[in-house]
Design a protein around this ligand. Structure first.
Ligand SMILES: [Zn+2]
Length: 290
């Protein structure tokens, strides 16, 4: 019997191999909703959820969430779209302080973004390269963002020695050449729900070595979707694993085990010897003595 089976009986596919949702923004859900989001994820077989910081305040908020919810581990970082007008020594010192927190597992989210509304390219470059250097200082893998900036992100990773810590290319949507370049750098390719609908992406995914794939949902609140039930949540992650299994022609449980092992190896400086799945809520001190 395959270890991971999909059941739709409760309307959600379930993985019996504990999965890692390698990139989310679960902290951005309404405070009253977060518990439900984490519960549904846990019930679907997600054993660890990484919440990426997009700013200094959000990186700090995630650490507070992680302190009471072991299933959540933190990324620290500033998203290229959320950069303050000045990225100076004070910002760097604050990031350094945040990186010390025991809940931090990866440096995320950082990268480059070419949307017209994004901050100036030179500011983005400086902030990205500074964060790559910090990730190396703290031995944290980098989970990177790239929108219309693939060549620039690759160049910065190469020039700043990011291979030393490795990481993952989040929400991958590129071609085989980009996937090969990412793998050559010692990085992982992170697949999200776009894999369910893009046949081009499925063809690329089929070629990425099993030991370099990780999976994510990039979950964040989506009020532009009319039905609340259609918002992407970490409980959708088994769908990504199942599709990846289908395109690679392997058993679903093999994908689950590989993607989880890959992420744990990638983030071994902080996640070594972690036994999954992790619980949604911290056990009260009295219960642990029982
Ligand atoms: Zn993100």
């Amino acid at each position: 019997m395959a270890a991971m089976e999909l059941t739709t009986s409760a309307g959600m596919p379930v993985s019996t191999v504990p999965l890692i949702d390698g990139h989310t923004h679960v902290d951005q859900y309404d405070g009253a909703e977060i518990e439900g989001v984490l519960e549904r994820a846990s019930a679907a077989g997600v054993g660890l959820i990484i919440a990426a910081g997009v700013s200094i305040p959000s990186s700090r908020r995630i650490q507070v969430l992680a302190e009471s919810h072991p299933i959540v581990r933190a990324g620290v970082g500033i998203h290229p779209s959320d950069l303050p007008p000045v990225v100076d020594g004070a910002v760097e010192a604050e990031l350094r302080r945040l990186a010390e927190h025991p809940a931090v597992a990866v440096w995320s989210e950082t990268g480059l973004d070419a949307l017209p509304a994004s901050p100036p390219a030179d500011l983005q470059q400086r902030a990205f390269r500074m964060q790559i250097r910090l990730a190396r200082e703290f031995a944290l893998p980098l989970v990177v963002h790239s929108r219309g900036t693939d060549a620039e992100v690759l160049r910065a990773l190469r020039e700043e020695g990011a291979s030393e810590v490795g990481g993952a290319w989040h929400y991958f949507g590129g071609d085989l050449r980009l996937a090969d370049a990412i793998v050559d750098l010692g990085f992982h390719v992170s697949f999200a729900k776009t894999l369910l609908r893009s046949t081009e992406l499925q063809a690329v995914a089929a070629q990425v070595p099993l030991e370099r794939v990780v999976i994510e949902t990039d979950s964040y609140p989506q009020p532009f979707k009319k039905k609340r039930q259609r918002w992407t949540e970490p409980w959708n992650l088994p769908q990504v694993a199942a599709k990846l299994a289908e395109v690679k022609g392997v058993a679903p449980d093999e994908i689950g085990r590989a993607a989880t092992a890959n992420y744990l190896r990638m983030a071994r400086s902080r996640l070594a010897n972690l036994a999954l799945p992790l619980s949604v809520r911290a056990q009260p001190a009295s219960a642990s003595r029982a």
